[in-house]
Structures are given as structure tokens and as C-alpha cells.
Design a binder for this molecule. Sequence first.
Ligand SMILES: NC(=O)c1ccc[n+]([C@@H]2O[C@H](COP(=O)([O-])OP(=O)(O)OC[C@H]3O[C@@H](n4cnc5c(N)ncnc54)[C@H](O)[C@@H]3O)[C@@H](O)[C@H]2O)c1
Ligand SMILES: O=C(O)CC[C@@H](O)C(=O)O
Length: 410
Amino acid sequence: MPARLSMPKDKLKFVLLEGIHPGAVELLRRDGYTQIETLPKALTGDELIDAIADAHFLGIRSRTLLTDAVLARAPKLAAIGAFCIGTNQIDLRAAMRRGIPVFNAPFSNTRSVAELVLAEIVMLMRGIPHKNAALHRHEWLKSAEGSFEVRGKTLGIIGYGHIGTQVGVLAEHVGMRVVFHDIVSKLSLGNARQLASLEEVLAASDVVTLHVPETAQTQWMIGAAQIAQMKRGAHLINASRGTVVDIEALSAALEAGHLLGAAIDVFPEEPKGNDTSFRSPLTRFDNVLLTPHIGGSTAEAQANIGVEVAAKLLRYSNNGSTVSAVNFPEVALPEHTGRCRLLHIHRNVPGVMAAVNERFSQAGINIAAQYLRTNEEVGYVVIDVEADASQVALEQLCSVEGTIRCRTLY
Ligand SMILES: NC(=O)c1ccc[n+]([C@@H]2O[C@H](COP(=O)([O-])OP(=O)(O)OC[C@H]3O[C@@H](n4cnc5c(N)ncnc54)[C@H](O)[C@@H]3O)[C@@H](O)[C@H]2O)c1
Ligand SMILES: O=C(O)CC[C@@H](O)C(=O)O
């Protein structure tokens, strides 16, 4: 039996920004969704608000800022797909309070970032950025000065999560010693060692690479004091978030020769798209390898992310499942063939579920199945009823005090 949604699939609008992989569009179309708007870049201000005003599903990457004020202007928004790992660009709590689950791709580009970082370690240790820049200016710098093998050197990883662990494994394969710092006690892979503090890792490493998320704690966590704790002649790599490193402090350390080089993929201010120019104090340094936030931008990663996140949005739209949502109670759901499925998102306050069940009972509606998950603020209940009861059931549900959102799938 084909799915009957609260709105037919061809009335539900997807808006996909920031050049999301065409595989996502293909998957949505194959599932019967026809209203899919795509844009190659991020939007801000009125342009963003206009684009999402009547969207039911929104797909973004790292450059679209979704604040509570922006979400308030998207009253129909049912879910957000972050087609990347980081979700710091979204006010996750505000989205949750508005009944909007957010889905991401927690590891589809992990390997791509790790491979880039491994390559950067080798490039930096050999002084390649500097020599490459010189050759482009017709200067011949054939010299072994400042050029080292990575074998036997120490790599310090800050943030030993999905990416950090992969980087550590790859680095050990080329003979590096790996130490790391994480706020959580972690299982070390290979011979990696968790040191007692950030300071110890900074002091022990020939190359320091950052793989923390953007949080209040990680904002500017590498400043002048931390760089001073690094060995003279060490290298710094940042492919995490631009707000983790104080760029002025990094520039000063490069200027003073305290650091021999750096590879930076992420910046405090990044252009919204490829038609915008890039400015940074780091462009003046030959020994800094600059990349335009492409750690995760490989054909493989983008194709996988496109399909992974689109599939999560489809599952929520068609089935109600919130499994792997980053900001929402997770409800895993079986198929509901032959029945009508109602989704009810409510404030998690006493009496809501009692009111739901009482109303169904008074209206003589039999509940075939009920699934409930809550967190400290929000409850998400999914109720299956016989198809002929769907309209009455939806009316009953939507009028319960504390309701944030409700809709019917069948
Ligand atoms: N450059 C790119 O294109 C690119 C691609 C993917 C991800 N990223 C960034 O990399 C980040 C890390 O990705 P991941 O998949 O490894 O995330 P993850 O959540 O698997 O790992 C992050 C690790 O950092 C640790 N951590 C958190 N706060 C810390 C702190 N204050 N000090 C030390 N450790 C801390 C966590 O405990 C965790 O182990 C993402 O959040 C994203 O911002 C960038
Ligand atoms: O593709 C992007 O814009 C972000 C990539 C990366 O920073 C991520 O968080 O996955």
C-alpha cells in the first residue's frame, strides 16, 4: 500500500543549499518527492529567510547559520539535514524546542579528512609549502634544511574522536609516535598514548593536529600561550573549526619562527561560496598550506554524505524514525503497513501523555501501537491507529495542551 502522507510527497518541499551532492536529489526523486530546490552556495539574511519560508525539509553544510530567529521564519520546517559532520552552525536546542529534528553524517567524510592530514604532515615536515611557493616565483631552493622524515617523529592529536583516531592509525603506519589529548578517557588505537593534559601533548609533539568540535570550550583553545608550549620548529594543523585557533597568535608564532609551518583548512570567517574572495593574515606566509575547508570534500565522501543524510530525512518523512538525530529523542519504528501513523511532538511536562490517552479513549480510538521517547525538554510519541480513525485522532492529538507539532503519515 503506498504511503499516504499528511501532504502528498509532491507537495513537500526540500531546499538543499551549499552544493549538496546530486545523489541526494536523485534519492529524494526516486522516492517520489518532486519539489526539490538546490543552490550551490550558502545563504544569509533575507535570502536565507525567503528560501526556507515554505520549506518542509532543509539541507545545509557548514556555512549556513541557522539561529532561533532564522528557524522562527520557517514555520513549516519538519527536519534539517546537515550534510556534514559538524552541527555547530545550527542552534540545535532551538530546533528541538520547535519540534525539528536535525540529522547529520557523523563519519562519511572521516577518512577523507584523515588522509588530507596525513599528507599535510609529510608536506610540512619536508618544507614543501615554502619550496613550492618559491618555485612558482622562479626561485630554486634545493636544500635539506628544515626538511625531515616523519618516521620516528611525534604526532600530537587534540580530540581523539572519529577523525583523530583515524589520523593516529595512518600516522603510525608511516612510523610516527602518536600521543593525544581528549576530555574523555579514550581507548588508544595501536600504540597511541593518551597524555594527562593538553600542555603535555603540545610540549611532546613535532606536529600537532586539531580534531575537536566547535564548542564553548574549544573556542580559541589554541592561542599564544598554547603555541608557546609547542616545541620550537613544530608544525600546527587545523582541519576542525576556524574558531579553535587564534589566527593572530599563529601568525605571530610563524613570524617569530617559533613554528616552522602550518596547514589550515578552516577559518574564523569563511566565504559563503566560490564567487566570494578569501582574506586571511595567513596568506602572506609561504610556509602555511592553506586549503578552502575541503578536508571532507572528496567525491567519495560527498556522494556518501548525500545519500546518508537524504536517507535519514526520507526515513523521518515517510516513517517517523528519529534514529541518529543529534538533538532529539530517538524513536526507532517498524513499518506501519495498513495503519495510520500519527507523530506528536510535545513539551515534556506532566500530564501530556495522560491527556493523549484519555482523548483517544473518549473518542473510541483504538491505539494499535505507541512508541514514546523523551528528553528533559521534549517528548516524541508515535501512535499507530486504524486508517479510518486517522482524521479524528489527529484532531484529538493536535489539541492536547503542550503540543509543539503533530502530523499524520497515513
Ligand atoms: N575540515 C573539514 O572538512 C572537516 C570535516 C569533518 C569534520 N570536521 C570537524 O572535525 C570535528 C571533529 O570530527 P570528529 O568526527 O572526529 O568528531 P568526534 O565527535 O568523533 O570527535 C571529537 C573528539 O573531540 C573531543 N573533544 C571535545 N571537546 C574537547 C576539548 N575541549 N578538548 C579535547 N578534546 C575534546 C571529544 O571527546 C571527541 O573525542 C567536527 O566536529 C568538525 O567540526 C572538519
Ligand atoms: O562540507 C562542509 O561544508 C563541512 C565539512 C566538515 O567541516 C564537516 O563538518 O563535515
